[in-house]
Design a protein around this ligand. Sequence first.
Ligand SMILES: *[C@@H]1O[C@H](CO)[C@@H](O)[C@H](O)[C@H]1NC(C)=O
Ligand SMILES: *[C@@H]1O[C@H](CO)[C@@H](O)[C@H](O)[C@H]1NC(C)=O
Ligand SMILES: *[C@@H]1O[C@H](CO)[C@@H](O)[C@H](O)[C@H]1NC(C)=O
Ligand SMILES: *[C@@H]1O[C@H](CO)[C@@H](O)[C@H](O)[C@H]1NC(C)=O
Ligand SMILES: *[C@@H]1O[C@H](CO)[C@@H](O)[C@H](O)[C@H]1NC(C)=O
Length: 532
Amino acid sequence: MQLHISPSLRHVTVLPGKGVREFIKVKVGSRRLSYRMVFYSLLFFTFLLRFVFVLTAVDTIDGERKCSTIGCLGKRLGPRILRRKLESTVPEVIYQVFQEAVSQDEIQGPGVPQTFDEFVAEMKDSRLDAKSFAVKLKSMVTLLEQKTRTAKIQEYLYRHVASSSIPKQLHCLALKLANEHANNANARLQLPSAEMVPSLVDNSYLHFVLASDNILAASVVASSLVRNSLRPQKVVLHVITDRKTYSPMQAWFSLHPLTPAIIEVKGLHHFDWLTKGKVPVLEAMEKDQRARSQFRGGSSAIVANNTEKPYVIAAKLQALSPKYNSLMNHIRIYLPELFPSLNKIVFLDDDIVVQTDLSPLWDIDMNGKVNGAVETCRGDDKFVMSKRLKSYLNFSHPLISKSFDPNECAWAYGMNIFDLEAWRKTNISQTYHYWLEENLKSDISLWQLGTLPPGLIAFHGHVHVIDPFWHMLGLGYQDNTSITDAESAGVIHFNGRAKPWLDIAFPQLRRLWTKYVNFSDKFIKNCHIRPS
Ligand SMILES: *[C@@H]1O[C@H](CO)[C@@H](O)[C@H](O)[C@H]1NC(C)=O
Ligand SMILES: *[C@@H]1O[C@H](CO)[C@@H](O)[C@H](O)[C@H]1NC(C)=O
Ligand SMILES: *[C@@H]1O[C@H](CO)[C@@H](O)[C@H](O)[C@H]1NC(C)=O
Ligand SMILES: *[C@@H]1O[C@H](CO)[C@@H](O)[C@H](O)[C@H]1NC(C)=O
Ligand SMILES: *[C@@H]1O[C@H](CO)[C@@H](O)[C@H](O)[C@H]1NC(C)=O
């Protein structure tokens, strides 16, 4: 759409296309008409800006707006643009109309034009007075604005649903494997076999821990880890899963062994430490999950709020997302207790792919620190690498602001080296628990998103920064990541919504993950899991 106004404001030309042109090309000739035409033109101009604004709002509505009502926009833009001669030409009545609240009836009333074309047609046919003109204009723009907003929120809701639900193919895989577990003795092998059990507590092996309830994802992490390992016979992978996924997970790894690597599959219910007596953190997490499911009335109440900005709604939906708060995500805070004999482990998330031999991670001198992690505030990718403590914690809260520096660099979960020996000398787990309780007490106002924020707090001062090569983030966040960069990273992490096992994954990045899925496998095939 093009808008042209002659300097004298004698012509206002808009070129949106067919039919509209003649109407808008207003010639302000006659003296008698000029005032009226001038303010109509002005209004029109204001309106068009607004209209263009509404159109662009689809892209920018996420951000802050300086002006969120049409009255405000009109007042700001109108007089400034036309200040020279026309200061007094816009009657107060127009501003009054713009500034009055619009009732829902007005917007839904029969007289409101639904589109720009309708509006133009109506203006052409009827000679409205200033007030009716303004009312009509305002109703229409408000209506368009509401439509845009609704569309945006729907989009967020769909994305939320798409990223938090389990695709039916993955569900199918779990069911088929559970069935296999029940009917096929080969799917119930002790993992690892009896003669390999001593290696599970032997610190001369390289121990990796993966906590996941997603079998396909776990299989990709495992096979990418083992295939890229220079000494797979030294690799021990401890797969931790929940009670419901235990049998299918065991079936998968019984039928798909990655020898000579050693794989252990364990359900949470197999850990003595978690089952005997009360574990305070588990209790806190249960409370946390309960609180979150009621948080702000749940997702329907959040979406129903029609005064909130769409991006705020998106953030609130995300806070409810089960994947950020699942036990599988919190479990890493118990690593020293879950693996009492081990000194050092590498903890892997299930949305990563290993692309290189990871044994050099054991040679990194951690300087007595507990957690080896990559930083997330420096790097070429400004979008992904812009995370500081203030990105995760609520610094408006005195408890946070008095304890931490908002500009301190954040670090990432996904691929961490944990020195369990050093960890056992700290009170990191108690600190974690303490802050989870504080967050609950303050009605989830210290942070909203899952397990990284309390991790940032608990590991504060205990982090050793490792080279970004070891952990490249952002592949589920945006598709800007160049495939060359991704290919050259040691570990890639599909953090973000676009998980590689979902339809919403970015196709060009997804193949780095699908590379490790065997599409000829009968379970994969029978569940219609396809390369794209
Ligand atoms: C909508 O959100 C605003 C801002 O958080 C809040 O003040 C208002 O009470 C909410 N309205 C409803 C109906 O929940
Ligand atoms: C993607 O890259 C382009 C060009 O480098 C940049 O302009 C754009 O802002 C980036 N998008 C995101 C989401 O980072
Ligand atoms: C952790 O230990 C430090 C020093 O040993 C102490 O100052 C701090 O209060 C402890 N935190 C918790 C939550 O126990
Ligand atoms: C941040 O903390 C302040 C102060 O307690 C609180 O009013 C605000 O709601 C919190 N923000 C969020 C997003 O929870
Ligand atoms: C993929 O699965 C097929 C069928 O089970 C098997 O024959 C083949 O060896 C597997 N390929 C790899 C690379 O594991």
